[in-house]
Design a protein around this ligand. Structure first.
Ligand code: FNR
Length: 190
């Protein structure tokens, strides 16, 4: 089974190390996982008033989420939480009320930071948000990547063997998890 995975990167920075990690993960992904970016940078700040007349940017984001089989969030930790831009995007996707685009969509979270705990606290906040929007999340392995000089080459190659092996195993486990959730979501044949 081939699955499409929408990748949202929590950082809008042009030199983002999380974008580098997303690129590296994309290079390592098997052909059966087709990764494509779902951008979050063009969304205006969500405001409840938009629910009455949902703007095109919000509709396009929701459509992109709904079209993929699964979601991957590659995000930095900001002040021990997730960046506002990512929370904003999730708020958009969860609305208007009664049309939550994340419901039953399998997801996985990964992130990198120069710090030793590699986004662990931010990821816990993201997991809490994803639970609330009813997205089944890959629980294990957790993926906290400490970004060190030379870890990822400019072409996206992961230079450290143990990190490369870990990412390959993480992708494999995610693929199996997506398959399980997709099968469970299928309507029962009468
Ligand atoms: C950070 N950084 C950071 N790092 C961390 O490990 N825990 C944290 O809570 C924070 N908080 C934080 C807040 C803000 C506003 C910034 C700009 C940065 C450092 C962060 O990990 C580092 O800048 C990464 O390079 C951010 O990832 P991207 O944007 O390069 O992908």
């Amino acid at each position: 089974m081939t699955c499409t995975v929408g990748v949202s990167i929590g950082s809008l920075s042009k030199d983002s190390i999380n974008r580098k990690l997303a690129h590296a993960v994309e290079r390592l992904a098997p052909d059966t996982l087709q990764l494509r970016e779902i951008g979050i940078g063009d969304l205006p700040l969500y405001n409840h008033d938009f629910d009455a007349d949902f703007p095109e940017a919000g509709r396009a984001f929701k459509k992109a989420v709904e079209e993929v089989d699964a979601l991957m969030f590659v995000t930095p930790e900001y002040n021990r939480s997730i960046p506002g831009a990512l929370k904003n995007a999730i708020d958009w996707g969860s609305r208007p009320w009664g049309s939550n685009s994340f419901a039953h969509k399998p997801s996985a979270v990964i992130g990198t930071s120069p710090g030793k705990i590699g986004t662990a606290v931010g990821q816990q906040h993201l997991r809490s948000i994803l639970s609330f929007v009813n997205s089944p999340e890959l629980a294990q392995p957790e993926a906290y990547i400490q970004f060190t000089e030379g870890l990822i080459a400019a072409d996206g190659e992961v230079r450290d063997e143990s990190t490369r092996d870990f990412l390959l195993r993480w992708l494999e486990t995610f693929e199996v998890f997506i398959g399980k959730v997709v099968r469970a979501n299928r309507p029962a044949v009468p």
